[in-house]
Write a protein that binds this ligand. Structure first.
Ligand code: ADP
Ligand code: ADP
Length: 226
């Protein structure tokens, strides 16, 4: 069963000189439910553009993207999005940031219990009253992940969430992400330019080439899971 179908999707931008840049050209890709998919490729190949289209943060010019058969037209907490860094509300505590995920869905009941549960899942008990500037970058990314997961999204869309972290913190967050994926089997779509990271985490890797938007090859990597 495919969760997401990307069919012949194209997206162009105008650069500073008003020239058309083809960020994505005729991309097609199916993503299975529960899959941990990594999209890798060099800077500028269209990874972020593709992820933003799946998120509904941007719309394709042609082609179509569906989630469970429904065309994606707008952002929805059903597809949690985690940015590279700095997406927490700086004026809210860790627990309020996580609760903001629930509020986005209009759920107010049992909020406290859910927030505590997700705080524990990401290993940040004791930090509920801390503000984003009082925690490390790795901790902040875990909070961002919890804020998305609390909505139980059909897919978690991760745009280089570890890109700004040092290697020790990155290894830590990779293991946390694997643990969360194994626990809930949430479909994970990870954009990264770190090949090792993609191999370590994924079931499947999509490689995008330097030619904007052409997927050159799809490797199906089946990893034995511990
Ligand atoms: P990646 O995430 O792989 O680095 P992007 O999706 O960010 O690639 O960008 C793909 C191409 O589209 C690049 O050539 C980039 O310069 C261009 N691009 C992306 N977003 C914009 C934008 N908002 N305006 C103009 N050009 C853009
Ligand atoms: P991470 O825990 O995400 O890997 P670090 O490696 O920077 O991030 O932090 C290691 C540990 O140090 C954290 O798990 C936490 O226990 C503690 N720590 C980091 N920053 C702070 C802080 N601002 N206040 C209190 N403890 C902190």
């Amino acid at each position: 069963e495919n969760l997401i179908e990307i069919a012949a999707v194209s997206r162009t931008y105008l650069d500073a000189n008003e020239n058309t840049v083809e960020a994505l050209k005729g991309i097609s890709l199916s993503i299975k439910k529960g899959e941990f998919l990594s999209i890798i490729g060099p800077s500028g190949c269209g990874k972020t553009t593709l992820l933003r289209l799946i998120a509904g943060l941007d719309a394709p010019e042609s082609g179509k993207i569906t989630l469970e058969g429904e065309t994606i037209t707008a952002p929805d907490p059903h597809r949690g999005y985690v940015f590279q860094q700095g997406s927490l509300f700086p004026w809210l505590t860790v627990e309020k940031n996580i609760a903001a995920g629930l509020k986005a869905r209009g759920v107010y009941q049992k909020e406290k219990g859910e927030v505590a549960k997700y705080l524990a899942l990401i290993g940040l008990e004791g930090f509920e009253k801390a503000y984003p500037h009082q925690i490390s970058g790795g901790m902040a990314q875990r909070v961002a992940i919890a804020r998305s997961l609390i909505n139980r999204p059909a897919a978690l869309l991760l745009d280089e969430p570890m890109g700004a972290l040092d290697s020790f913190t990155r290894a830590d967050l990779q293991d946390k992400l694997l643990e969360l994926w194994q626990r809930d089997q949430t479909t994970m779509i990870l954009v990264t330019h770190d090949v090792d990271e993609a191999v370590y985490l994924s079931d499947r890797i999509v490689i995008m080439t330097p030619r904007p938007g052409t997927i050159s090859e799809i490797l199906d990597i089946r990893l034995p899971r511990p």
